[in-house]
Each structure stands twice: as C-alpha cells, then as structure tokens.
Design a protein around this ligand. Sequence first.
Ligand code: FES
Length: 181
Amino acid sequence: MGKGRIAGIERRRIYLVGGLCALGAGLGVARWVVTRPQPPAGHPLPVDFGKLAPGKLMTVEWHGRTVWILRRSADEIAALAGFESELLDPASEHSLQPEGCRNPHRSLRPEVFVAVGQCTHQGCPPVLRSGPGDRSEFLCPCHTSKFDLAGRVFRNGPAPANLIIPEYRFEGDGRVVIGEA
Ligand code: FES
C-alpha cells in the first residue's frame, strides 16, 4: 500500500472521529436545551393583592399548586441581606426562578414576593413564622427545612434548593398575573 493511500485513509479516519465528536456534542447541547428545567408557567391566574398589608401572606391555588403572595415590609426586605452566610444557594444559581427574579429578593418588585408554597424537599407546605426582630422565615414542619422571606433555603435542613418561583407579571400596583411572563 502506498504512502499516499495510507495518508488518505488516516485523513478519513480523523474526519470520521471529528464528525462523531461534533455530533455527540450537538446532541448533548440539544438534550440540555430540551431537558433544562423552566419556572412553571401557563394557565394565567390574575390575583388582586392591593389590600394585602405589609408582613401579610395570601395563598391562591394555581394549576394544582399552592402559590404565595407575600407583601414584605421595608424591615423584612432589609433583613434579607443579613442571612447570606447561612444560606445554601444565596444567589439562586441552582434554584428555579424566572431570570428577572434571580436577585437577592427573588422577585420583580422587592416588596412583593411570589413563590410556589411547597418545600423543595418532599413538597410539604411551609408556614410563615415570625421570629425575633425581623427574623421571620418559612418553616417546613415535616423535616424542619427553613427558608428566608425570599424563599432561600437555610443550610441546616434537608431541602436542596430555594423555593420555586413561577413566571408572573404585574398589572398596575395591586394585581399580579401568575403563570405569564
Ligand atoms: S418536606 Fe420540607 S423538610 Fe421535608
């Protein structure tokens, strides 16, 4: 077999391996795009919360889920900055929320917090608990996971991620549409 023919076979082998690698990488990216988790959306539900006082929580049912709307007081918003060192995912890098809510208060407006009211451990409903000073939190009674008032999980419990934030948008000052970006 001549040297030229061997070089040709070698070149084809390199092209084939390169092509398979590119195909594999392409399929990997495509699979990631398809399976990447998204914040829950769809079946929009308008909710009027204009009469909700600071520090108060209201609950609605949306698409088989419990969704909270909490109007945070100025003190509660300020207190969020003090918890960061105790949190598992303070910047919400590994938690599920719309991009517009990937901020320290995990909301479109600092004073209004919207979240799915189900623990990210096994789905139990946490309860709002007033603590000393402004240290209010959500406590999951099932296995004692705790979340701050931005739904960020504290390190010392079994819940692996912050509470889920659905897609939502505001209509004026006192109405939120859950499930629509
Ligand atoms: S379900 Fe909430 S801690 Fe287990």
